[in-house]
Design a protein around this ligand. Structure first.
Ligand code: TYD
Ligand code: MG
Length: 423
């Protein structure tokens, strides 16, 4: 069989990697520090950014604030709403003081007309709120279906690349499989941000899960006020401000979200079970990990938890995914079981393996600095991390300022002892 040869293509230009210029990726600042940081320093020309999140979490609010700021600095920003009327958007704008005269609004959902308008207006930034409301007249399927969402997004992204404007797509997270959520777009865009938080709390976390132009895993913390979203620089204070002092089962974890150190309170409750199989449950942490750590506690230091339910919670609605939370979870459970409070001035972090060994984690220095800045005097951490910060001279510097002590643990038993002794 002979290979089929199609029509002859043209020879494409090749370039050595060393000769490619990267200087022409200017970024537009949104004037919202927390958002800029999550984006990796601002919006890159021609890039496509997806912001996903539950309905009502604050996506439109954040984008209207950002759009108005961007419009103050650029020729004009085009905000296309498929969900609300322009009057509704203006009312929100009045409330949050986002009324730049360069911010242009349209309430529309037909893709072809929108693209024609972008073509004519040549805006410096385009916001589509939301991609699920857009419809292309070339397709017969209903708005919000996978084919509509994907086709509309692809066309808008291609146009953005061609004209060089940053494109922001809002996507609702949906539980119903028949309607396309932001997941179907993740591979098409350059940056994916998720807006999280629960309705019971005022704070919101914006997390980058993919970013071609900056680090992924970065977070921005906001508080929803009656005048829109306010960036919170000092997030640790927010998560710790209602901490019960000297209560058994409560510890402070020095975790790292992206490049940002954050102190959060981890609480545990241990109670005799009434079920055949005891419950292991968690809020803000991976429940499988909690189950595994409970087993480590039983087997490695002989705490009999097989007839006890174990509940673990990160207060304030934060969600912690890194393994460096292990040690905090274990010490919280131990403290709850023994009904013995952990000293209020102790923060901790570290990964724990199945043999009960405490394993080093990344960036102990910035975790320790954050703890010191909030007045903690002791940080319990993996031995190897402790050795490293001591070698770096950081403990001496911090001790000088706040009497900071670094406690290094090799295994769980030693960590448990140090946590109590640091009193
Ligand atoms: P919104 O931005 O419309 O959410 P999304 O676009 O993600 O669906 O925000 C909706 C919620 O935010 C709504 O319940 C009202 C609240 N909110 C405030 O608390 N303060 C404000 O200044 C604004 C504009 C909204
Ligand atoms: Mg909205």
């Amino acid at each position: 069989m002979t290979a089929r040869i199609g029509s002859k293509g043209k020879v494409l230009k090749v370039a050595a990697i060393t000769d490619i210029s990267t200087e022409d990726t200017p970024r537009k600042s949104t004037d919202i520090d927390e958002l800029n940081r999550v984006l990796g320093g601002g919006m890159v020309t021609g890039s496509a950014i997806l912001i996903g999140g539950d309905p009502g979490i604050g996506k439109s609010t954040l984008l209207l604030q950002a759009s108005s700021n961007l419009a103050d600095a650029s020729p004009h920003v085009l905000y296309i709403t498929g969900e609300e009327s322009v009057a509704q958007v203006k009312m929100r704008g009045e409330r949050i003081d986002a009324l730049s005269p360069n911010l242009l609004l349209i309430a529309a959902s037909e893709l072809e007309s929108i693209m024609e308008t972008i073509n004519k207006q040549k805006p410096s930034v385009v916001v589509i709120d939301s991609i699920q409301t857009m419809v292309s007249n070339r397709l017969t399927s209903a708005p919000g279906t996978v084919s509509q969402v994907r086709d509309c997004a692809a066309a808008l992204i291609q146009q953005a690349k061609q004209f060089g404007h940053p494109l922001i797509l809002v996507g609702h997270v949906t539980k119903d499989g028949s309607i396309a959520g932001p997941r179907v777009l993740e591979h098409m865009v350059d940056t994916v941000l998720y807006f999280e938080g629960d309705k019971g709390h005022n704070h919101r976390i914006l997390r980058s899960v993919k970013n071609r132009f900056g680090p992924a895993g970065e977070i921005g913390v906001f508080e929803m006020s009656d005048r829109g979203l306010i960036g919170i620089r000092d997030a640790s204070r927010l998560f710790l401000n209602q901490r019960a002092k000297d209560a058994p089962g409560s510890v402070v974890l020095a975790c790292l979200e992206g490049t940002r150190p954050l102190l959060v309170e981890v609480q545990a409750l241990v109670a005799p079970t009434v079920y055949a199989t005891p419950k292991r449950s968690s809020v803000g942490l991976d429940v499988n990990r909690v189950g595994m750590l409970t087993a480590v506690l039983e087997r490695r230091i002989g705490i009999p938890l097989s007839r006890h339910d174990v509940y673990v919670n990160v207060t304030g609605g934060a969600r912690i995914l890194e393994p460096a939370a292990d040690l905090a979870i274990l010490i919280a459970i131990l403290s709850a079981y023994q009904e013995q409070a952990i000293p209020g001035k102790l923060a901790l972090f570290g990964e724990v393996g199945l043999t009960g060994e405490v394993r080093p984690v990344g960036n102990p220095e910035s975790r320790m600095r954050e703890a010191a800045s909030l007045g903690f005097t002791h940080v319990l951490m993996p031995k190897q991390n402790c050795d490293r910060v001591q070698e770096s001279g950081l403990t001496d510097t911090l001790r000088h300022q706040t009497r900071m002590t670094c406690l290094g643990a090799r295994d769980l038993a030693q960590a448990a002892q140090l946590a109590i002794v640091s009193r």
